[in-house]
Design a protein around this ligand. Structure first.
Ligand SMILES: [Zn+2]
Length: 73
């Protein structure tokens, strides 16, 4: 249970300790790598196939977006 775990930074592939105190930016090694990865993701957002939603569905999301805990009504 106390075995240390490591992950590889998705941006630069360095080993990152899976520990909140040692690696606050895990799975990234640093804030810089985290921001780099997020930036890449956002810039590629429009090129990912299959994420486009039908307009009707988007409308439903908008109408439903105001209430947070109304699923049981
Ligand atoms: Zn990194």
């Amino acid at each position: 249970m106390t075995r240390k775990q490591f992950v590889h930074c998705p941006t630069c592939r360095r080993s990152v300790a899976w520990n909140p105190e040692l690696s606050p930016w895990r799975p990234f090694c640093s804030e810089r790598c985290k921001m780099t990865d997020l930036g890449a993701w956002f810039s590629e957002e429009n090129t990912i196939p299959g994420v486009e939603l039908p307009e009707e569905l988007i409308e439903e999301f908008r109408e439903d977006g105001t209430g947070t805990d109304r699923r049981e009504e």
